[in-house]
Design a protein around this ligand. Sequence first.
Ligand code: BG6
Length: 489
Amino acid sequence: MAAIKLESCTFALFGALGDLALRKLFPALYQLDRAGLLHDDTRILALAREAGEPQRHLAAIDQALRLHVPAKELEEGALARFQARLHYLTMDFLQAEDYLALAELAGAQDQLIAYFATPASVYGGICANLAALGLAERSRVVLEKPIGHDLASSRAVNDAVARVFPENRVYRIDHYLGKETVQNLIALRFANSLFETQWNQNHISHVEITVAEKVGIEGRWGYFDQAGQLRDMIQNHLLQLLCLIAMDPPSDLSADSIRDEKVKVLKALEPISAEHLGQRVVRGQYVAGSADGRPVPGYLEEENSNTQSDTETFVALRADIRNWRWAGVPFYLRTGKRMPQKLSQIVIHFKAPPHYIFAPEQRQLIGNKLIIRLQPDEGIALQVLTKDQGLDKGMQLRSGPLQLSFSDTYRSARIPDAYERLLLEVMRGNQNLFVRKDEIEYAWQWCDQLIAGWKQLGEAPKPYTAGSWGPMASVALITRDGRSWYGDL
Ligand code: BG6
C-alpha cells in the first residue's frame, strides 16, 4: 500500500467540528495516515467558526477519533503522527481577512484540497475567498451533499463554484460511490462478459434497489424536515445505484466516460405525471413503533419536531428507463428510515426460461436472481436452481446461491469506509467516483417533477409503524405488477 504514497498536500476541512467531519472525515483521514498513504509533509487544517483555545478543539477531534475508529485500529503511534499534522483555525468562512491565516498555514505547498462540510449556501463564498488570495489555482474543492434542494438552487450553487473552479477540479461527493461493493458493480458488469449478454430487457424482468435504515432522524430533524427522503436519499444515492446498474459499458475507465454513460440513463428516466403518482410512487412517514425490541417515537414526536410536518421518511417508486436496453423493465426503488434492519441491496431478477418442464407447483421458484449486497455482509450471490439431493427427491427443484461473500473471501482485508476511498481519490486527482454537475442536475430535474406532483395532489404521506417495511401501499406498488419485494419478512 505504501507504494502508492501520495504527493504532499494541505487538506483544509471547512466545517471541521460538524457531525460529518467528526464522525466520518477525521476517522477516514486517520485511516489513510495509518495505512502509510499520506505524505510526510501533508498537513490537515481543521477550520471552524468556534473560537477559543485551539487545543480544546483539537482535543474534541481526538475524542471523536477514539469514539469512531474501532478500538483495535487505534494505534498510539499512528494517532500521534496524525495529531502532529493537525492545526485548528477559527474562521468565519465568509470573511476574506480570515483567509490570511489559512494562506500562511497552507504555505507554498503545491496542492490545496478544500473540503466543504458546510451548508451549500457558503460554497460560493468560500470559493471567492480562496480565489481572492490566489489559492484557487492550486486547489481542488470537494462538495458535500446536499447541493441545493431543487434544480434551480443546485444550479445556483454549482454556478457560484464554477465562477472560480473548472469542473475538473470540483469533486462532488456521493458517499455511496465510495462503498466497496458499489465500485464492484463496475468490475462485475464490465470485467465479466457473462453478465453483459444478459443485461437487458430480453433477459431481465425487473430490478429492485432497497436502501433501508433502522435509525430514525438521529437529532437531525431541522435538516431532514426541509429535505425528506426523496431529496436526502433518492435524488443522489439510489439514482446513482440505478445508473451504475443501467448504464451502457463505457469506452474506458476515465471519469468522463463513466459519467457520460450515467447521464444518458438519467436523461432517459421516464417522468411520472401527477395523474400516475398514486400508482407509481408511495410516500410514507413513520409513527411510533419499535426498534430492537424497544419502543421508539414517531417522526412527529422526535426531538425538536413540528407536529404538522408532512415530510416523508419513506419512498417507494417504480422508475422506467426509456431506451432499447431497458424498455419494459421496471426499477423498483425503496428507501426509508426506521425500517426493520439496515440493509442496502440490489436484486436483479432474470426472466423465467421460455418453456417450463418441471412440476407445476414449483413454478414460482423459477427465475434467477443476482443479489448485490452493499451493506451489511458485503457480497454478491447468484440464485440458481438445482435439483434437490436424495433418492426420494425426484426432480425437485431448489433455489440456492452461488455466493461471493467479501468478508469470507478477503478475510484478512478490512473493508475501508466509503470516505477513505473518496478522500484517497481526491488526493490522487481521480474524479471517476465523483458526480458531475450535469448528473446532479438531471437527477434534480426528475425529482423536482415528483415533488411538484405531490404538491399538486396535496396528499399527506402514508403512516407506517416504526420497525416495519413501510406503508402497505409499498407492497401494493409492486404486487400490482405481479411481483414482491425480495426477502421481506
Ligand atoms: C446520508 C443521508 O447521505 O446517507 C442520511 O443524508 C443517511 O440521512 C445516510 O442516514 C446513509 O448512509 P449509509 O452509508 O449509512 O447507508
